[in-house]
Design a protein around this ligand. Sequence first.
Ligand SMILES: Cc1cc2nc3c(=O)[nH]c(=O)nc-3n(C[C@H](O)[C@H](O)[C@H](O)COP(=O)(O)OP(=O)(O)OC[C@H]3O[C@@H](n4cnc5c(N)ncnc54)[C@H](O)[C@@H]3O)c2cc1C
Length: 460
Amino acid sequence: MAQRPVVLVVGGGYVGLYTALRLQKKLSRGRAEIVVVDPQPHMTYQPFLPEAAAGSVEPRHVVVPLRRTLPRCRVVTGAVTALSHAERRARVAPIVGQPFDLSYDVLVMAAGSVARTLPIPGLAEHGIGFKNVGEAIYLRNHVLARLDAASSTDDPAVRRRALTFTFVGGGYAGVEAFAELEDMARYAVTHYYPRLSPADMRWVLVEAMGRILPEVDLDMAAWTVKQLTARGMDVRLNTRLESISDAGLVRLSDGEEFASDTLVWTAGTKPNPVLAETDLPLDERGRIVCEPTLQVRGLPDAWSAGDLAAVPDLTKDEPGATTAPNAQHAVRQARRLADNIVLSLNGEEPVPYRHQYAGSVASLGLHKGVAQVYGVKLKGWPAWFMHRTYHVSRVPTFNRKARVVADWTLAAVFRREVISLGQLQDPRREFVAAANTGRAGQLPPPSPADRAQSGTAQAS
Ligand SMILES: Cc1cc2nc3c(=O)[nH]c(=O)nc-3n(C[C@H](O)[C@H](O)[C@H](O)COP(=O)(O)OP(=O)(O)OC[C@H]3O[C@@H](n4cnc5c(N)ncnc54)[C@H](O)[C@@H]3O)c2cc1C
């Protein structure tokens, strides 16, 4: 290995950021060069996305800038599109310009997961995921814009379609997004839309299994369904999305059809497909096969962790059990992984990763939540409070913690912010219209997509 080995970290999310943070702390500059490659210039603290969508936290505060946080690493903004570990070479597509090759000595593969979709007619054209900050901002603006649309029309069909919000997938990401956005919309309708009532809205959660929230016990999941139903939300278990038409007609496997302007897909994730373009060993689910030390099987200079890694779960007796794809493991694996890299650079033996899953916390809107941690079950306000204290203790950097707490405090004093900045969805529209008016003498008609997506509510 080179005198000053290059450690390439693919992905600057949970695993990538925490690994690089620890490596930059533990390895002096002359000891190794750390290169972090990510298409985004920031890490996203995904557990705060539902609160960002609901306007409780400023979206910029749920992301952690890589360049600021990793001053002793080289940050490359681009995507790794292929990798040959045999040649210790990764192909990088920067955000502009020609792809180039990066040579390295030690690899940390941490490119996470992507939405797991199904070939459902209309899903790719009309659905949206909920994994990044752009989607969270979009959905917030979109939901508020739908309230504006509904409040500004007398056509009952247009109004019903605008006020019907469909979510598919009842894991914690889906349930939190569903419950937080409904809570925000209910607040907005109650305070600022005198022509609408919360009963006019229809929020539908479609889940293929017989339960939601597989991370908590069945009684807690059933309690959550009861709470959501009591809020007037429609939770469909054992039901699948069959299709959505161009006219927004949603068809479910139980035979029901309804029109909806909003389709959010949160039905699970799969390992990043870039793994197929590498020579790393993959299991039948497309995850990287890892040893308990987080080394990639058979490749001592390659390491992996997080959503795309099959890491043996040493706390379980079942043969072949692997750790679940969640932040709790990602953060702890990243620390172990960084420490193991340092150990192996020093010629010492790496230590196996072992962590007993502590449980789950989920927010269901302001002052509402569900939690099960070390067997202790909490519901309502205590669970919500635990969700907030836990996540603020976990969000990286003091800077982000302080900003998130400031957001919560301001919202508590001045009420929550329910402004839709609909122009963010299509910022050039007005300018293009002005430029075209000069030429053609009239405004271009808005496209159907513009009509559905744009909105400029000033609801507070
Ligand atoms: C809405 C939501 C809420 C969640 N809430 C919780 C929760 O409450 N508790 C919990 O434990 N877990 C939660 N999770 C799950 C948790 O966020 C993930 O398990 C965790 O982020 C996994 O970390 P990771 O590093 O593997 O992936 P990520 O954090 O997703 O990081 C992957 C990184 O790789 C980058 N990348 C992608 N492709 C490439 C490429 N080709 N080249 C280079 N870089 C690339 C991405 O831009 C990203 O920055 C939630 C997830 C979501 C979506």
